[in-house]
Every structure is written in C-alpha cells, then in structure tokens.
Design a protein around this ligand. Sequence first.
Ligand code: D41
Length: 669
Amino acid sequence: MSARQIRHPRIAALRRELDEHNYRYYVLDNPVIPDAEYDRLFRELQDLERQFPEQITPDSPTQRVGAAPASALATVVHHQAMLSLDNAFSEQQVVAFDRRICEALEVDSVVYSAEPKLDGLAVNLMYQQGRLVCAATRGDGQRGEDITHNIRTIHSVPLRLRGTDWPQQLEVRGEVFMPKAGFAAFNRQAQAQDERVFANPRNAAAGSLRQLDPEITRQRPLDVFCYGVGAYGGAALPDSHSALLMQLRDWGLKICPERQQLANIEQCLAYYRDLLQRRDALAYEIDGVVYKVDRLAWQRHLGHVARAPRWALAHKFPAQEKLTTVRAIEVQVGRTGALTPVARLEPVDVGGVTVTNATLHNLDEIRRKDVRVGDTVTVRRAGDVIPEIVAVLSERRPADSRLFTMPDHCPVCGSEVRRIDDEAVFRCMGGLFCAAQRRQALSHFVSRRALDIEGVGAKLIEQLVAGDWVRSPADLYRLDLATLTGLERMGEKSATKVLAAIAASKPTTLARFLYALGIREVGETTAQTLANAFGTLEAIMHADEATLQALPDIGPKVAQQVRAFFAEAHNREVIEQLQAVGVQWPEHQTQTLEPTLKGQTFVLTGTLDTLSRDQAKARLQALGAKVSSSVSKKTDYVVVGANPGSKLTQAQSLGVQIIDEAQLLRLLG
Ligand code: D41
C-alpha cells in the first residue's frame, strides 16, 4: 500500500471543521471564528488537496462554490450572475491592480469610482415594469434564496421605481445592512429578553433577511445601499458607473453617500486612508473600500476572471475580529462595589491595536457565552468601545477547563459579596472600607467634572489609600506638605502644587458637589436637576422619595439611591467634614435654613405662578414643613393657586387656613 492511499488525517479534520463553520455561518448566521481564521483553514485544506489531489472528494468544502443551500426559502436564478470581488490587503496590491488595468487599457491612469465596502448581505432586486417582483440573496452567484417577502419590509427599498425611463427588466445589486445603532439596540433588547444576540451587524442583517416570517424582518432596523446592476432589459447603459448610480438614485434607489469618483489610484488610496480613519464615526459597519473602473466600456473590455471582475477590487481594512486565548479571568471592583469580570487575553493585534483585556460585563454574560480560562475566543474591537469576546471555540477547549464562578468574598478587601435581588451585578459589601471602592470614590471626587482637583491622579490616590493617609474625600483637605513629600516620587514642588490645587477646589457648585459624592445613579445631569430644583443641599438631604421622583428624569431607582445615601450616617459625616474644611458653594436661596416651619403641614392645590409644585414642595420641606397630598383636620395651610381642585372646598369645610402664593412666598422668606 503506498503512502498516497492513506487518508490524510489533517484533511479530514479540516473538512470537518470547515463544514461546521460553514453550517454556523450560512445556516445559523452565527459564526464562532473570524472570517480571517476561516480563510486560513480553507487555504490550508486547499494546499493539502493540491499536494494530494487524489484525496479530493466532491463533498470537500473546497469543491463548493458559494453558499450552502440553507433553508426552506425558494431558490431564485439570477438573470445575470452576481460576481464576487477580489481582495487586496495592502497598498502594493492596490497599486499592482491599477498597473494591470492601465496596461490592459494602454492608458496612463484610470478614473475610479470608490465606495465603502458595507459589511452586510449582498442582494439582487429584480424590477419588472418598474415594480419590485423578486429579491434574492447572492447565494452562489448563480442562484440565491428568495427573500422578496422580507426585502419588502425595508423602507429604503422602493416597491416601485420613480420616473418612467427605467428598463422594463432591471436587476439592481446592493448590500443590505443593519446600522450600528440599530444593531446595538436590537442586541440590548434581545439580551434583556434572554433571546439570541448577533455577533456582528452582518450576521444580524443575514439572520434578519433569512427569516420565513416577514413580520420578524419588519422589526429589524435594516437598510440598503445599491452599488450595481445585472440585467438591464437590453436598454443602453450610461457611460460610467458613477452615472449609473446617479441614475439608480433618480429612480428612488438608495446610494451610499460616501461614494466618490476619483481621478486616479493615488486618490483611491487617500480615500481609503480617510475612510479607515473615519470608520468608527460612520453609522454602519464597513470592512474596506471597493474601487471600480468608472467607465463601463472599459469594464466590458476588461471582463472577468473566474467569478470576479478584473475591473473591481475590494481593499480590505485590518480585521476587527481575531482569535486569541483567555489567560485568566479576573474580577475588578468598581466605585460602587460592583464586581466586573475581566478576561486577560494572550495579547493580539486587532485592527492595529494590541488587545490584552476584554470586559465580560457580568456573570450572566460569562454564562451565556460560557467563557473559561484556557478557551480560544474571537475578540472584536470596534470603534473605541472596549474589546469584547464575541464567541468561544468550544471545540478548542482544553479538557480540564472549569466553569467560572464569582468569588463569594471581595478580592480586594475580603468583604462579603452579594447579588442584590434581580440585579445582574454582584457587589462587594465593603463600601468605603474596601480599598478598591475608596480609591475609585476618591478618583471620582477629584475628577474634572466633579471637584476638578488637578494633579491628584490615580497614582497619587493609590499611594494615599495604601498608606491610609486618606480614607474619605475630606481627608484630602487635611493633607500637609510633610505627608505628601514623604511619599515616593513626590518632591516639594509638586507637593506644593497638589496642596494648592486641593485648596483651590473648595469653592464649587452644588451640582458638582452632589456629583462628586458619587451617589449611585446620580450622574452629572441628575446632580444638576437636583441642584436646580432644591437649591440647597439641606433640602435635597431632607427630600423624601416622592418629592424626588416628582422631578423630571428622576425615577424610583434614583430617588431610592439618593435617599439611601443621605440616610447613611457615614455619608452625612463626610459631608459635614467637607463643609468643615471649607468646601462651599453658593446656595440658590438665601433663606435661613432654620426649620422655621417644622411640624407644619401644607397641602398644595392649583397652579402657582412663580414656583413649580416641586419647587414649592422642596422649599417647604427645606424649612422642615411636611407637604401632604390630602387635606385633613391636621393640615395647617392649604396653598391655593390658579384652578384649584376639590382640596380648596375641603379646606373651607374643615376650616383650614387658606393662603395664596404671595403669602406662601412670605412664609418661605
Ligand atoms: O459594499 C459592498 N459590500 C459592495 C459589494 C460594493 N460596494 N460593491 C460591490 N460590487 C460588486 C461588483 C463589482 C461585482 C458589482 C460588491 C460586490 N460586488 C459583492 N458583494 C458581495 C459579492 C460581491
């Protein structure tokens, strides 16, 4: 028996693996490896089959052109084949492409049409007598799947063409995609409902279009850009690709607004660099740029090889997805004690940036993806968002891998870890006893939008907390030169500067101060809302949940956190200390905050002129009054504005004192 007859084990393994990935990609629309990794495996199989051609079988993944026949959708034969695109991964390859073209055309330079390469699903739209009669996926280029019912739900696809000068038969080629914002919203909702999320916008577009029920597609935020034609009903085409696209646009079809006509290949490269740089700011995902010889006569002259035209080229951007392995899963403690698992990765270059960490958000997320130490994973970095793990290659999982579990004690301070009610997060119960929370609370306190203490960075805070010099923000104001200069790498000059910056932060605003306290759920906007509505810290500290909730944008969750924060004696103490060391802000109202109305009960009815109901309520409460919603014998005053309700008659019948707005304002000082 010759060696040649032995089945090559790697060939069999590669086929099995590629079949699996094909299935996940085409049938499930849910791939677990990056395209680049798939291509690598595919090429490895092709190479082996070239070495051992007798082992090529008709069912090898290399023997298939295009997509798998995937579903219950009907098959559609395209009138004109849908070609694919050759790829270039470097500027040299692009320049070589241009040189081949110039030589074949015997010209010095060529005008190109350049457009972003959308990362969606290629479709063919068939119009007859100006009406959309059929829409299909590209499939293998010859035949695709009938997705007419789904395409009809996309609002940017005209069901009838505008104008009258269209060919009787027109095939329009385009890319259906899901814009980034729609994709993010869709996944957020899917996750909240424990439904399946998509790995990326392209899978989301493909998955949405291959539904049997168009009602599902209708709810997906899909859009389309058209980039070419197939059958053209025998009519005369315009001279150039650019003119063709303008024509399509006039007929009501959507064209990518970034498309440009460019004088030569150098301009194409400049266009590529510009788009690569703006990639994150675009509303849709793109994975490169497509250059097309603009003049259609030249396109015809150049023709095509195999399945790709000679006159077009996809210049790919660096991949945003790569494979790497998980070295460890560590748990970080946030400012509010929330534990966030973070995957420490084998460093990998993703789109020009070295990625070493990926957030795993929370335990639910880890469970959903089942990420474990030692796993091979696809990481994705898009825009300036934190890199994330898209999928795990379970077939490459080490046999001894173990399920990740959350620690039951804080990795920083050892306090108990608890999961509160229905929240997804686990929290360290250590509060400001926990050094991690203390460090971050301090970092937040000094940050630019809070008390803005320049020169007190993460490093210094780390030292101050480690040495136990600073436990609460108030301690910052008690630091002296000797303490600071005693720290490592702190000279007298910088220490003096730090002290000056700390001192300079004392005059502040109520909104900044509130924000700086780091109350959970209270961001800058909420802090501003509270400061505006109540005017004084005293009033906020005494407001009950109902009063807080009466404010715009303050819901029960925020109100509860605000109440809980001020109910905590420790927090009130820190505030007192901060005021004692001289942190101060102008209060909106000048009234003395003596509880001059303590024990008095007010009821408001009707609309006041100068105060909103909430303001009136807040100011009354600031002076110790109680504001009730119903009139009783215990009511001291009923404040009556315009169009009072039944409370006025109740007050009259009970003999409660009735006052108007002017009298109220006098009482409020
Ligand atoms: O944005 C795209 N994905 C895109 C795809 C594009 N802008 N232009 C394209 N042009 C062509 C030719 C030149 C063959 C008409 C394409 C594709 N083809 C294409 N998409 C998927 C397969 C081929």
